[in-house]
Write a protein that binds this ligand. Sequence first.
Ligand code: ASP
Length: 589
Amino acid sequence: MGATALRTHRVGTLTRDQLGQEVRLGGWVHRRRDLGGLVFVDLRDRAGLVQLSFNPEWTSPEVMERAAGLGAETVVLVTGIVALRPEPSRDQRLVSREVEVHATALEIVGPAQTPAIPVARKEKEELPAEELRLRHRVLDLRRPELQRNLILRHKVMQATRRYFDENDFLEIETPILTRPTPEGARDYLVPSRVHPGEFFALPQSPQLYKQLLMVAGLDRYFQIARCFRDEDLRADRQPEFTQIDIEASFVGVEDMLNFGEGLVQRIWSEAGHAFTYSQRMRHADALEKYGTDKPDLRFGLEIFDATTAFLDSDFAVTRKAIESGGRVRGIRVPQGAGLSRKQVDEIETAAKALGAAGLLRLKKSGPGIEGPAAKYLSAGGVTQLGMTEGDLYLLVAGPDHVSGPALDRVRQEVALKLNLIPKGENRFVWIIDFPLFERDHSTGALSSVNHPFTAPHPDDVSFLESAPERVRALAYDMVLNGTELGGGSLRIADPSLQRRVFSLLGIPEQQAEQRFGFLLEGLRAGAPPHGGFAFGLDRIVMLLAQADSLRDVIAFPKTTAQRALFEGAPSQVDAADLKALHLEAKSDR
Ligand code: ASP
């Protein structure tokens, strides 16, 4: 594989099968060792490494001399004979650790300066600082780990394309220079030179276009789409990222869930990973049992409601919470005794960081119950709790929007500390029946949980105006081990329903026409029922590669400070270029 005019094999593919053959190779000098008149070079390419052996027995003095002068990362063409190594290599990265190449000819085709960061590292040698690596990304990308990640990314993309092609989806590209799109982040704007004072926006997603493709009758669309969202700095977010984006016509929710499930099953199994699909879970149930709409189902520790046990208690913390409409909820840790006091303190700190006032601990040992809240419990309350020997209950009192996130965190902390997460297990679940709207706690304004084009549940349309928060959406999110992979919805296909939703969102008719007119016009042209979803490709590859950050699975990523260090972007531009764009820079620098 990989034979060309200049080489017979890829370096890393040589095995016993080529023993005795003359091969021509091209690659990078990974490492060179001089041993009393002999020179050994590890040569590297995308496929791996092989040892070149330069020895006066088979190498001419002229080639010996050239080999002795080879610097790291020089690109060479080598001719030689494949032979058995005197001793198999211990380097696990070699495809065959048994062969080497007895070099007879050597040509330097790509001289290299001393590399700014090392590509070859000793075992367990730490990586240079990430900033430095991103600045010298080309060298960093030569590292076998990063090459492996990009190869995996390619495989995931190909598996995706095959899956959708087999299911009759068309791959259609949508514009990058477009109008502002509705995903709720800030747009990146591109000034138009030809139309003074006017701007294109980069798409936050192909949402409107994919809906219009359905209106246009293309029936099933997919795209591995680049999206752009100008969000504030957050760890592990990229301002430009890639989505696996789909839309289909004449579908119900079940169809979309099946496509999503089929896709992840295909990707995970082609990447050689175990796949367990859990039943769909209603959004309200996820919040009740796991405190979050991104539940990690690899372990139990489900949340239960302990409010009734505290109803007749005059413990100030729980009484206050219950009186102001909250509840006492928590988890039962069966071998809770396995957690030290210090560990529980750490869990409490984590819960408090998410707004919980504290963590109530109750422990059943012997005839009684221990813990600060225990003495406030009535005999009836104790019975209600139903504790068995060794149980540790960790409870949070307060409104659900506080206890939910806190207990989600408590579950995760306990699972980690008690080693409850089975290795290699992947638990997927579709969360369904999301609410259509959420209300801002301070302003009282409604906003879309998904986006404004998501269809309300048909059973709930009648109380859109009277009880908007009770309206369920035909929306769904795919969650894996506590991480959201993506989501989508069925869309509103009826322009008058779309107008009602816009008006509830406080988008006046005129503004709706101005912002989304081209979509509304499309809907008025006869729209089929349709729906879709988008999955984050970068995150999927990161999880499969077990990489530490999205930056490790993107060839040329941005830093968390939103800079491209390698290319040096963003950058200032010439005043003349700005003038041509009818702009003026007002920078303080
Ligand atoms: N456009 C949505 C997003 O980018 C996904 C979808 O609804 O299909 O999150």
